[in-house]
Design a protein. Structure first.
Lengths: 282, 188
């Protein structure tokens, strides 16, 4: 079996294919799991209590570390302050310090057009029926015990950003309904060079469900993505990021300027690189 | 729960270990089930589950989101503990039992005989094949997550799954041939 054949077979497996005897056997295994007993309530509560007790003993160490870190910060601040007043630039305009976040309108007016590429697209895709989604994922062991507010959040969302983390994307696909999309639709976006660029934050990848991307404008790290609504379909769109170090602000708007969704990466729980979130300037 | 929500929980637990309880609640049953399926021993499953979460709590601050999802990280710890358990006990896996539950009976279109045949064939696979198929099909991890747990590439997981399923199929075919032979023998 060649490497390509293996990858192709694996993709068919992941998309639930049953078109060869081994895939059919895999499907049979999935529906006939070896049941396992649940841990006894005693084990669960005892272990939970023990872990909480252990975590409590970790806190003093944390305080000590925190105090040491705070002391270090004070020293750095004092030394930095002395340097600033003696050797730093003599005059710094507050306007240069305060960061202004442009609105979607300002970006549309003053921003520059940004080339983008639709690396995957389906015009016919629609979410599966809720009963099918329930059977396949909402009731699956993978999401057992998860409340509806978490489970169904992505079901109602039309815009996502992918960061190249396969596990995250697996869950996004499962819970948004995109798992019904044939695996080859997004294959081009997943080419190794493209994924490396996404992982290195050189390229951004957005998923637009039930919308078509018309135009993208950029002002520094702020983007306006103009979309038009569609009854069906999904687009996977890639475009360059201006900096590998900076999170973006993405405004999804209609051609009439109506704002549909804002994704502020610096404040988003999806953003996987908290160390790159800039601290607010005064 | 999505990875996004889970990531928030991990970040909270990294700042405040008391918040680890939410992650524990989320995963304790899955890790226990995995440990049980791999050991077929309730006491061993309890030990593995305890040690897995104790280790995870101890090292939660060194956990980094990039690369391996939190769930896969837990499974990886549990897998190491199960391996240690087998080494300590010089343990050989007994035949894995499919406890036929009502749900199983209702959900499955297969006959009891077919299910039993799959069970017996599965139990004849090597420990490595059983582990791989358990992670992918019984624990419902994605192929990528299985790769994270096993520390190999996704392509390698595909290849190993293809081979393991091929061996399972051969076992099933052999079992069916034997059954046919028995029928002929009985009818004669």
């Amino acid at each position: 079996m060649s490497r390509n054949d293996v990858n192709d077979w694996g993709r068919r497996l992941d998309s639930g294919g049953r078109d060869d005897p081994l895939l059919a056997l895999a499907a049979r295994l999935s529906t006939n799991r070896i049941p396992a007993p649940r841990p006894s309530p005693n084990l669960k509560s005892d272990l939970r209590a023990r872990l909480l007790a252990q975590s409590a003993t970790q806190r003093p160490m944390r305080w000590a570390t925190g105090l040491a870190f705070a002391a270090l910060l004070v020293i750095v601040a004092v030394v930095g302050g002395v340097w600033w007043t003696t050797r730093g630039p003599s005059a710094v305009s507050p306007a240069k310090i305060v960061q202004h976040t442009p609105s979607a309108k300002e970006i549309s007016t003053h921003g520059e057009d940004t080339p983008f590429e639709i690396c995957g697209e389906s015009s016919a895709w629609v979410r599966p029926p809720e009963e099918e989604q329930t059977r396949k994922w909402w009731n699956s062991g993978r999401y057992a015990g998860i409340g509806d507010e978490y489970l169904k959040r992505l079901w109602a969302d039309d815009f996502f950003v992918a960061y190249g983390n396969a596990s995250t994307e697996f869950d996004l696909e499962n819970l948004s309904g995109l798992w019904t999309l044939p695996a080859d639709v997004r294959a081009k976006c997943l080419e190794p060079q493209r994924q490396e660029a996404v992982l290195k934050l050189q390229v951004a990848e957005i998923w637009a469900l039930f919308h078509r991307v018309i135009n993208i404008k950029r002002l520094e790290t702020n983007y306006v993505i103009v979309v038009e609504a569609a009854a069906s379909g999904v687009q996977f769109v890639q475009f360059s990021r201006p900096s590998e170090q900076k999170p973006l602000t993405l405004h999804f708007v209609t051609q009439g300027g109506e704002e549909l969704k804002d994704i502020v990466e610096a404040e988003s729980p999806d953003w996987p690189y908290p160390s790159l979130v800039p601290t607010r300037q005064p | 729960m999505t990875d996004v929500d889970e990531k928030l929980l991990v970040q909270q637990a990294q700042r405040n270990p008391q918040a680890f309880a939410a992650l524990y609640d989320l995963y304790v049953e899955r890790i226990y089930a995995f440990a049980y399926r791999r050991t077929q021993d309730e006491a061993a499953a309890e030990d593995v589950t305890s040690v897995t979460f104790e280790k995870a709590l101890r090292h939660i601050r060194s956990y980094r989101w990039q690369g391996v999802s939190f769930g896969a990280w837990l499974y990886r710890i549990a897998r190491n503990e199960i391996a240690q358990h087998h080494r300590r006990k010089r343990f050989t896996l007994p035949l894995l039992q499919w406890h036929v539950s009502e749900i199983n009976v209702e959900a499955s279109v297969q006959t009891r005989e077919q299910r039993d045949a799959v069970q017996a064939a599965f139990a004849r696979l090597s420990e490595g094949d059983q582990e791989l198929l358990t992670l992918r099909f019984f624990e419902e991890l994605s192929s990528t997550e299985v790769a994270e747990v096993l520390g190999c590439s996704v392509q390698n997981v595909y290849l190993r799954l293809h081979r393991a399923l091929g061996r399972l199929r051969k076992q099933l075919e052999a079992a069916m041939e034997n059954a046919k032979g028995d029928e002929v023998h009985v009818s004669q």
